[in-house]
Design a binder for this molecule. Structure first.
Ligand code: ADP
Length: 401
């Protein structure tokens, strides 16, 4: 079975075609600047077999429907094509950001599902782009099962005491304002991988999972189910991120509006796009932050310290929520690669049962690995995330019935 995984953004389309017999990526691609004067498509074919099989093409791409046509042409093309025709795609799995309270599991797309996703757009305006992708795929692959997998799904098991905000309840009843959480597909994937690595079944593991990439979030996982997470109604909440502030005093909003004469929308943009590592150091990529602080840049040093401090504080908080943990899991760009951040975030947590092995932490190796000492009561694991594979597995499970 071949499954096509699609992640549709407002002006981009990412895709992966996966052979489910061995979870092998047959091709992966990125289409960018859809709707602009000049767009581009980059496809890597059979990256395991032909690491250099990369094609790049620049051309105007009017909309997502056209982008998908282009994707199919690349997948079936004479040069670096990996399938003969559309018939070789058995199912399509879509990443959808916001499932609201309507979806706590992947679903097969039908007209009702499309309408429910549309109803959730006010909760996450950017996710309108996901719907555009789904509609384009339904048109292009009419007879093929299309499945949606939601970023919010894994967090739907949170109890009300964790997901409700202490504000008047009519805001929840009328506007559905509550904590939803995001990156759920990643938290779910690493939870399963951690359980397998620890030799336990998923419903036996208690974990703190830290997805630290450009966007950052953490989840407290009890018996394999999410009981709390740091992102909220939107992905702005929680940890400090590349360009997002994470948690700040909400009174900062009216304060800035008044004293800087900015609109609410401008403050929102500032907190989402000009804050976090970028706001403190002028650099949004953790690698650049390290390079700058190594040259003595104090703002970069502060940004790094703030980032790690907030991860540490959250680990402590979730240990309290869980009462115990089998492991703390680090994943995504920073979590998987950045030994400095991991070391700083875990420094001084020995009293909580978290003992990092500096040597293991600094040794790079592919796959799942333990970075704690053998006598650490709580394991510390680095687990490469794979959201596309998780979406493909969920899609297959649904299609197989
Ligand atoms: P996204 O959330 O966009 O998927 P990623 O998971 O790719 O992001 O993470 C991007 C972040 O990971 C950036 O801050 C980048 O600096 C960081 N990162 C990637 N590779 C490394 C590395 N080798 N060392 C330190 N940080 C890294």
């Amino acid at each position: 079975m071949n499954i096509l995984v699609i992640n549709s953004g407002s002006s981009s389309l990412k895709y992966q075609l996966i052979d489910m017999a061995d979870d092998r990526v047959m091709a992966s691609g990125l289409i960018e600047r859809i709707g602009e004067e000049m767009g581009s498509i980059t496809q890597k074919s059979n990256p395991d077999k032909w690491p250099d099989a990369k094609s790049v093409e620049h051309l105007p791409i009017a909309n997502h429907r056209e982008a998908m046509g282009l994707m199919v042409a690349k997948l079936t093309g004479e040069e670096w094509g990996v399938i003969d025709s559309l018939c070789d795609i058995d199912a399509v799995g879509h990443r959808v950001v916001q499932g609201g309270e309507s979806f706590s599991a992947p679903v097969l797309v039908d007209a009702d599902v499309v309408e429910t996703i549309r109803d959730n757009i006010p909760l996450a305006p950017l996710h309108a782009a996901n719907l555009v992708g789904i509609e384009a795929a339904l048109e292009l692959f009419p007879g093929t099962p299309n499945v949606t997998v939601f970023d919010t799904e894994f967090h739907q098991t949170m109890p009300p005491k964790a997901f409700m905000y202490p504000v008047p309840t009519d805001l929840y009843e009328d506007l559905k304002i509550r904590k939803y959480g995001f990156h759920g597909t990643s938290h779910k994937y690493v939870t399963k991988e951690a359980a397998a690595f620890l030799g336990k079944s998923v419903d036996e593991v208690d974990l703190i999972t830290a997805h630290l990439g450009n966007g950052c979030s953490m989840a407290a996982v009890k018996n394999g189910r999410c009981v709390d997470t740091t992102m909220g109604l939107t992905p702005l909440a929680g940890l400090m991120m590349g360009t997002r502030s994470g948690d700040v005093d909400p009174a900062l909003f009216p304060f800035i509006v008044k004293h800087r004469n900015m609109s609410v929308l401008e403050v929102d943009t500032m907190l989402n796009k000009q804050s976090g590592l970028l706001g403190i150091s002028g650099l949004n990529d953790m690698r650049d932050v390290h390079a700058a602080r190594e040259k003595g840049n104090e703002k970069a040093q502060l940004a790094f310290e703030m980032f790690a401090y907030r991860v540490k504080a959250q680990i402590g908080s979730y240990l309290a929520v869980l009462g115990r943990a089998d492991a703390v899991v680090f994943t995504a760009g920073i979590g998987e690669n950045d030994a400095f951040v991991r070391a700083a975030a875990c420094e001084g947590l020995e009293g909580l049962g978290i003992r990092l092995s500096p040597e293991r932490n600094e040794t790079r190796a592919p796959g799942v690995r333990r970075i704690s000492t053998d006598d650490s009561p709580v394991d510390m694991l680095v687990i490469p995330t794979n959201e596309e594979l998780e979406i493909a597995h969920a899609t297959k499970a649904l299609v197989d019935g």
